[in-house]
Structures are given as C-alpha cells and as structure tokens.
Design a protein around this ligand. Structure first.
Ligand SMILES: Cc1cc2nc3c(=O)[nH]c(=O)nc-3n(C[C@H](O)[C@H](O)[C@H](O)COP(=O)(O)OP(=O)(O)OC[C@H]3O[C@@H](n4cnc5c(N)ncnc54)[C@H](O)[C@@H]3O)c2cc1C
Length: 434
C-alpha cells in the first residue's frame, strides 16, 4: 500500500503549524498555497517607499501563548523574538496627557498594581461576574463597560485581542482571555515582540524546517473545488490539475473562513469581519520611548517602537476604511509625535488597511465557528476562525493547526487498524513540542 498523503491547503500560520506538527509522522505532506509566499495575514514585505521591510501589521504575543511558543520552539526561532522580563504596560491618555503603568504585584497571588486607576470595589466585582459567567453574551450584558478599570485597562486589552469593540464582544472569548492572562498573574502576561519581521520569525524558519523534512511546498496553487464522493473528498481541483485522493489520504483546509465556506458545502463559518489599520513611519525612536505604549483618547491605540520605525495599530477600525490614507497618516503622526516627544515633518509613511483582519468576535460569530472534524470523513479544517475558544490570534491559528494535526493522526491510526494490508508499523504519535 502506498503511504497516505495529507494535503494541507493554505500556508498561513494555521497550515504551517499543522505541517510542522505532522512532519515527523512519516506520512507524505503536501502544502498548497494560493499566494506566491507563505504567511497569509502574518507576513513581512519590502516597502519601496519606506526603504525597509515591514510587517502587514504589528503582532504582539504574550507569554501565555503556549501553543504559539511551542510552534516557535519547534521551528527553532526562539531567538527571533524579544521576551519582556516582566509584564508592565505603559499607558498614555492623549486627551488628558495622563500616563500610568499597569504592573504585577510582587507576590504569590495574581494581583496587579493598578497605580492611579484606583478601581472601586464594584468594578472588581464586575470583572468577577465576567470570570464566573457561563454562557456567551455581549460583554455589556454581563458587566458594566465603564469606569477607570474598564476604560484604562480592560477595554484596551480586549480591544486589541478581540479586534472588536469589547462591549459588543463575546463574553466567552473575553473570559477565556482574562483567565489565561491577567488572572494567572505576571508570568502569563509578559509581552513578546517580534522586532525583526513576522516572516523572519514565524514563517521562513518553518518553511526551512519543512523543506529539510521533504514536505512538498507548492506556491501559486489556488484550490478551486473539492470533488466529493458520498461522505468524503475524492479529488482536489486546482486551476491546472486535479489530484485524485486515495482512500487513506486526508485534507486539511487551512484557508480563511470565507474561502472554506465556499469550498466545503454546509460549512458553518463566521461571516462578519473587522478591519485593523497599521501606520508605519520611517523614523528612529528615542531610546527613552517604551517598546510598546498603549494609548487611549486618540485614534492611535498601540505604539510600537522598532529600531528604525514607529508603528501604530488601530483595531476594530472599520470606521477608518474610507479615510484618505494621507489624512490618516497626518492625524496619527501628530499623536505619535506627541507620545514619542518628536517634532518635525511627517516622515515617510505607509498606511495598511487589512479590511478582513479577523472575524468579528461577537457571540453570534463565535457560535458560527466549526470544530476541526467535518461531516466529510477525510476533511479537517484549521484557521484562527475555527472553534478554538480563543480569539483570532497567532495563538488561535497555531492551536487550530495543532488540533487538525492531532485529528489527522487519529484518523490515520484508525485507518491503519482497519487496513490489514498495512504492515509498515508506523506510529502516529503526537509530536512533542513541549
Ligand atoms: C493587521 C493584523 C494585525 C494582527 N495583530 C495580531 C497580534 O497583534 N497578535 C496576534 O496574535 N494576532 C494578530 N493578528 C491575527 C493573526 O495574524 C492571524 O490570526 C493569523 O495570521 C491567521 O492565520 P491563519 O493561518 O488562520 O489564516 P491566514 O493567515 O488567512 O492563512 C490562510 C492562507 O490560505 C491561503 N489561501 C486562501 N485561499 C486559498 C485557496 N483557495 N487555495 C490555497 N490557499 C489559499 C491564503 O493565501 C493564506 O496564506 C493580526 C492580523 C492582522 C491582519
């Protein structure tokens, strides 16, 4: 019997994580990617106007992202990231010029020094209502979305992580996030910054690993249709080729929600998406500027200081889609100059509007996220939009890829047991990333 093949469609972080996790199982793996490069929504490119490589968007991780860190370890890219040694966050409000820092309390309990916020007892009890809530409703139905603790800590963090106005967002996703981070204490909230490019840190090392292990990487190959036969995928149809699948072959669709919904009949998937806007300025920050500053009372929400570039992220930014890029660049630059203590003319800039950056993390859209296994026996799905219980983040994408890899191993093992002629004795044990 020939070796089974796992076809992974899509070389974003979810598809790459699945391939990396499966690469040691001994099956043949082929990754088909529609674009000329890997990385999907998490990639770098050379920007002619700025004269430097930039990311499609600033990506922040935290030390609680255990699957993302396992992926980074598996691809040998730990040295490509900057790990903060403690979890303090610098904030500034541009309306009042007030500055504050949120930092961990040094002690055994996950308590936080909230500085000038001085939350009232009622605000703590609101957060507890969220933590102990069970169902999934808009956050505003569970807790009061107001007051210093909410405005100056909870809202900025949730807005960044959920890419959705927190008051309207899924209480389940908000709860899961807070439980994994703030509530677990300082060691789980340390920021991790990708300073030297998303592709260099999260994508290229994975491609090199996969190439070394003879995983076939095919770029510029858009899957156009799944050919179905009874309850399985019988063939994959690309523009210039149709690949017939053997009975043991598997398919992992690691494509965006809308593509997967169009390819797989009856697939439930989020149908509403939110924009993220990034503004990059080719200017070196002063040494005094914090690497990451959270901003309230302005269009700017997070300011990232890289060695030769200042970069701003604005989440849930659908309202900015129609804005003239030059106007927006000027408006955000005035804010950046104020925060960074810079004077002078607008430096070379680039505005990137990622219209469908992530699914809208509302309860309605959260309910539409499908499990890894599908009604088709040899089809699995992965992607940050699948039912991971996490928001659409690198951690969510990697988790979905690992979950697809785990299910693929189970299906292959079950097929091996059911196939008497298969005597190769291969095992499909879970690759240990710990
Ligand atoms: C601007 C921005 C900022 C972000 N900031 C953060 C952050 O700070 N922290 C964080 O953790 N996350 C952040 N994210 C989210 C993170 O980037 C995503 O969650 C993650 O990259 C999603 O990966 P994925 O593999 O699920 O999907 P995708 O990246 O969308 O990958 C899908 C792949 O499938 C390919 N494809 C599509 N159709 C086909 C087809 N028919 N055939 C073959 N291939 C196909 C696509 O080309 C793509 O490569 C941000 C996202 C954006 C856009």
């Amino acid at each position: 019997m020939s070796r089974p093949t796992i076809h992974i469609i899509g070389a974003g972080i979810a598809g790459l994580a699945a391939a990396v996790d499966l690469e040691r199982t001994g099956v043949r793996i082929v990754v088909h990617e529609a674009a000329k490069q890997a990385g999907g929504r998490c990639r770098s490119y050379f920007d002619q106007r700025l004269g430097m490589e930039i990311d499609n968007g600033n990506h922040l991780m935290v030390s609680a992202n255990k699957n993302a860190l396992a992926y980074i370890k598996a691809i040998g890219a730990q040295d490509r990231l900057t790990y903060f040694t403690d979890a303090h966050f610098d904030f500034v409000d541009l309306r009042s010029s007030e500055r504050w820092t949120i930092a961990p309390w040094r002690g055994p309990l996950p308590l936080w020094r909230l500085g000038a916020l001085r939350p009232r007892a009622a605000e703590y009890s609101d957060v507890m209502k969220l933590i102990f809530s069970r169902d999934d409703r808009p956050l505003r139905d569970i807790m009061r979305c107001e007051g210093p603790l909410y405005e100056k800590l909870i809202r900025p963090l949730l807005l960044a992580a959920l890419n959705t106005e927190p008051a309207e967002a899924s209480s389940e996703l908000a709860r899961n996030l807070l439980r994994e981070t703030l509530l677990r204490g300082e060691a789980h909230c340390r920021p991790i910054m990708i300073r030297e490019g998303l592709s260099g840190a999260l994508v290229d090392p994975a491609l090199r690993l996969l190439e070394r292990h003879k995983v076939e990487l095919r770029f510029g190959r858009r899957l156009q249709a799944l050919c179905l036969e009874r309850n399985r995928v019988a063939a994959l149809q690309f523009e210039d080729q149709t690949i017939d699948l053997s009975p043991l072959d598997l398919v992992i669709l690691a494509t965006p929600a809308s593509v997967t919904a169009a390819l797989a009949p009856g697939m439930n998937a989020p149908a509403e998406f939110n924009t993220i806007v990034n503004a990059h300025y080719a200017v070196a920050p002063s040494a005094a500027l914090a690497p990451i500053t959270a901003v309230t009372g302005a269009t700017t929400e997070w300011l990232f200081a890289y060695p030769n570039c200042l970069s701003v992220t604005v989440s849930a930014a659908n309202r900015l889609l129609a804005r003239d890029p030059q106007d927006l660049a000027c408006e955000i630059w005035r804010e950046v100059a104020q925060i960074a203590g810079l004077n002078g003319d607008l430096p070379p800039w680039r505005i990137i509007k990622e219209k469908r950056a992530t699914f809208a993390a509302t309860p309605e859209q959260n309910k539409r996220r499908p499990a890894t296994r599908t009604a088709l026996t040899n089809l699995l799905v992965a992607g940050d939009w699948t039912a991971t219980g996490l928001p659409a983040t690198i951690e969510g994408a990697v988790t979905s890829g690992f979950s697809a890899a785990r299910e693929a191993r189970l299906l292959l093992a079950a097929d091996q047991c059911a196939t008497p002629s298969s005597k190769e004795g291969k095992t499909f044990a879970h690759a240990d990333h710990g």
